[in-house]
Design a protein around this ligand. Structure first.
Ligand code: PEP
Ligand code: MG
Length: 325
C-alpha cells in the first residue's frame, strides 16, 4: 500500500472515470511546506495565519507578514495558495490583544468580527497579502462570515487597500480570488446568494458541524453528535456545493472531514472540487479517489442524505460501497 502511495506523489488526482480533483494541504507556518511538498499537494487550501500572530510577542508587522506569505507562495511555485485572514478568538488568544471575558467565546468576538472592528490590524494583514500576491497564485479567504454584509465590508476594505497600493506603485495581483470559509450555518443556508458574490467557498466542517449540531467540537460527551455523517450536515454540504456550481464557482473543504476516507466517496459524489487536509493524509486519499467512479457515487449520496439514517448507518453504507468496488 505504502509503495503504491509513493508512486502517487507527483501524480494528479484522477478518478477511475477520469475526473480531476485537487488535493490540497492545510498549513500553519511556512515550515510546514516541507511536508506539503514531500506529499505532493496540488495546492494549499488553508494557511491558518493566526499562528503568525500567536508565535509573536507583539502584533506582527506588515513586513514580517509579507515575508511569511511570500515564502509560502514562492515555495508552492505558482500552485494556488489559499490564505485565511486572522482567525483569533474562540480558543486562540493573543497576549498583546486582550479580548473581553465572554460566556461563549466560540459564539463571540472572533475572526472576521475582530478584523472588521480592528481595521488597523486587518488592513496591515491585507496589505502584506496583496504585496505577496505578486509572487505566486494567492487566494484570500475570510473566516467566520455569517452575513453578506460582513463579506461585502471585508471585500470593500480589501479593494481600498488595493487602490492605495496602486497609487503607491506597488505590485500586486489585481485578479486575486476572494472567498469565504463556509463554517457558519447562517451563511451555508444562504449559499445561493453568497455564490453570486464570492470567487470560492471553502467548507470548514470543524466549525460548521459544531454550530449546526450545537455540539462543542472538543467535548467528548457530545461527540456522538459531532459527526460529519449526519444527514443534516451532508445536506448542508451538498447545498453549498450545488449553489456554488450553479454560479460557476469552485468549492473546497478544509475542515477535518476533507481528509476522512469515509467522507471522500460522499464528497466526490457531490462534486466537491478541492480537498484540503493535513499533508500526511494526501497520498491515502489520492489513492482512494483513483479507485472510485464519481458517477457511481451519486446514488450513494442520494442514500446518505436520507433523514432516517444515523452516523453509523452512513459509515457502514460507505465502507460497504468501497469494499464492493
Ligand atoms: C474549520 O472550522 O473547519 C476550519 C478549518 O477552521 P479551524 O479548524 O481553524 O476553526
Ligand atoms: Mg473554523
Amino acid at each position: 500500500e505504502k509503495a503504491e502511495w509513493a508512486k502517487l506523489k507527483d501524480a494528479a488526482t484522477i478518478t477511475a472515470d477520469g475526473k480531476h480533483f485537487d488535493i490540497a494541504a492545510n498549513i500553519g507556518t511556512p515550515k510546514d511546506l516541507t511536508g506539503v511538498i514531500a506529499n505532493g499537494a496540488e495546492a494549499i487550501g488553508l494557511y491558518r495565519t493566526e499562528f503568525l500572530y500567536m508565535d509573536s510577542a507583539e502584533l506582527p508587522t506588515e513586513e514580517d507578514q509579507f515575508e511569511a506569505y511570500k515564502e509560502v507562495l514562492e515555495g508552492m511555485a505558482g500552485k494556488p495558495v489559499v490564505v485565511r485572514t486572522m482567525d483569533i478568538g474562540g480558543d486562540k488568544h493573543l497576549p498583546y490583544l486582550p479580548l473581553p471575558e465572554e460566556m461563549n467565546p466560540f459564539l463571540g468576538y472572533r475572526a472576521i468580527r475582530i478584523s472588521l472592528d480592528r481595521q488597523d490590524i486587518f488592513r496591515t494583514q491585507l496589505r502584506a497579502l496583496l504585496r505577496a500576491s505578486a509572487f505566486g497564485q494567492l487566494r484570500i479567504m475570510f473566516p467566520m462570515i455569517g452575513t453578506l454584509q460582513e463579506f461585502r465590508k471585508a471585500k470593500a476594505i480589501l479593494l481600498e487597500e488595493m487602490d492605495k497600493l496602486k497609487a503607491e506603485g506597488v505590485d500586486y495581483d489585481a485578479n486575486v480570488q476572494v472567498g469565504i470559509m463556509m463554517e457558519v450555518p447562517a451563511a451555508a443556508v444562504l449559499a445561493d446568494q453568497f455564490a453570486k458574490e464570492v470567487d470560492f467557498f471553502s467548507i470548514g466542517t470543524n466549525d460548521l458541524i459544531q454550530y449546526t449540531m450545537a455540539a462543542d467540537r472538543g467535548n467528548d460527551r457530545v461527540s456522538y453528535l459531532y459527526q460529519p455523517y449526519n444527514p443534516s450536515i451532508l445536506r448542508l454540504i451538498k447545498y453549498v456545493i450545488d449553489s456554488a456550481h450553479k454560479e460557476g464557482k469552485w468549492v473546497g473543504m478544509c475542515g477535518e472531514a476533507a481528509g476522512d476516507p469515509v467522507m471522500t466517496p460522499l464528497l466526490m459524489g457531490m462534486g466537491l472540487d478541492e480537498y484540503s487536509m493535513s499533508a500526511t493524509s494526501i497520498l491515502k486519499v489520492r489513492s482512494l479517489m483513483k479507485h472510485l467512479n464519481t458517477e457511481e457515487l451519486k446514488s450513494l449520496v442520494d442514500q446518505a442524505v436520507n433523514v432516517s439514517l444515523t452516523n453509523d448507518d452512513n459509515k457502514k453504507l460507505v465502507s460497504e460501497f468501497v469494499e464492493a468496488h
